[in-house]
Design a protein around this ligand. Structure first.
Ligand code: GAL
Length: 364
């Protein structure tokens, strides 16, 4: 009894000193002003002693963007200060980043040679559902923005992937053709959608960014009607593609990619394509960012692992100063009210062979 009340006392004292001692995964998370953190499908950048969390501001009702990309900062990954709207949607924006468009999965990286912060996100045009499938880029002089739009487009027009030359013998797309037949699958593998979109550029929906140890950055996105992931190298200032890209797991239906690197190995966590509904996470690995990538088993373990703990991957954050320590970040979507979607921040552990595993934890 004494032990119990003693422990309670220590806990109560700690709570007074450190008000957000832990974050309950799947509960409502507030910022340091006491407001709900609204930053979904997000990414976290560490820069100059601070973490910067960027995410989709989601409305209480509906699936379109009414505010933009929000930004929060923290020096301890627990207390998040609201830094405002880093990239606002603006009525009549000539780039189409206007209320009613869709802004998803924003990620920000810092470019040391230009001194600029570069944001990439999935951009859909107002009134067009998910048809535009564009990647958009915005830059800023400071991490909280304001970010200035520089482009919004399909990816790498006119370029063949490095691991598949598109030629006149690549199967042609026919809009009336039946999907999911074995022959159709073969043609998807053979680059039918890449050929269809060659001139105007490849589709880009769910996406992430990854900066390698040599400073080269990559845009990893669901392309080809969400059937195939592409990994595209960025140019030196991170504001455009270099033209070099590969496609991986053609027809594999992977979304929500999150990439990290440990001990020279590249790892990717992704989801299947079931919209806001959770599905079983996937794990992929490669010795080089440009492949060959191999698919492994579900990285999630334990109860609800087959539904990714009711979440979907968005980012894997290396913990600064703790080499080999990573936090896997997931969204638990609530399509009835997307603003009330929850966050799961789970530690990544590694098994005896060095393969990542993710176990449920009540709190972060
Ligand atoms: C999910 C995707 C989300 C969002 C959603 C819309 O599959 O990962 O980013 O696009 O579909 O239904």
């Amino acid at each position: 009894m004494f032990m119990k009340s003693g422990k309670m006392l220590v806990f109560a004292l700690l709570m007074t000193v450190f008000p957000t001692l832990a974050r309950e995964n799947g509960e409502r998370w507030n910022d340091t002003d006491g407001n709900l953190i609204n930053a979904h499908g997000g990414g976290v950048m560490y820069h100059d002693g601070r973490y910067w969390w960027y995410g989709e501001h989601r409305p209480d009702k509906g699936g379109t963007t009414q505010v933009g990309v929000t930004c929060y900062s923290s020096d301890n990954l627990q207390d998040w200060k609201y830094e405002g709207v880093a990239l606002p949607v603006v009525e009549g924006d000539p780039m189409g980043v206007e209320p009613g468009c869709i802004v998803e999965r924003p990620k920000v990286i810092y470019n040391a040679s230009t001194g600029k912060y570069v944001m990439w996100f999935h951009h859909e045009l107002k009134g067009q559902g998910y048809a535009a499938a564009r990647a958009a880029v915005a830059v800023a002089d400071s991490p909280a923005g304001p970010f200035r739009m520089i482009s919004s487009s399909r990816v790498n027009p006119g370029k063949s992937p490095r691991n598949l030359a598109i030629t006149s013998s690549t199967p042609e797309y026919d809009k009336d053709r039946e999907w999911w037949t074995p022959e159709w699958r073969e043609d998807v593998e053979a680059g039918m959608f890449v050929r269809r979109d060659l001139e105007g550029g490849q589709m880009s929906r769910d996406m992430t960014l990854f900066v390698d140890d040599d400073g080269k950055a990559y845009h990893i996105y669901s392309s080809e009607e969400n059937l195939t992931l592409h990994i595209a190298e960025l140019n030196d200032d991170y504001t455009d593609h270099s033209g070099k890209y590969i496609r991986i797991f053609p027809g594999g239906h992977n979304e929500a990619p999150a990439v990290f690197k440990k001990g020279g190995k590249y790892w990717m966590i992704a989801s299947g394509c079931t919209g806001w509904e959770p599905n079983e996470a996937r794990l992929m690995t490669s010795d080089s960012i440009m492949g060959e990538w191999t698919r492994l088993q579900n990285p999630c373990k334990g109860e609800m692992a087959e539904k990714t703990f009711m979440g979907q991957s968005t980012y894997v954050l290396p913990v600064e100063g703790k080499d080999g320590s990573f936090i896997a970040i997931f969204d638990r979507w609530n399509p009835k009210s997307l603003s009330d979607s929850r966050y799961l921040w789970l530690p990544v552990s590694f098994d005896d062979d060095g393969t990542p595993e993710i176990h449920w934890a009540d709190s972060f």
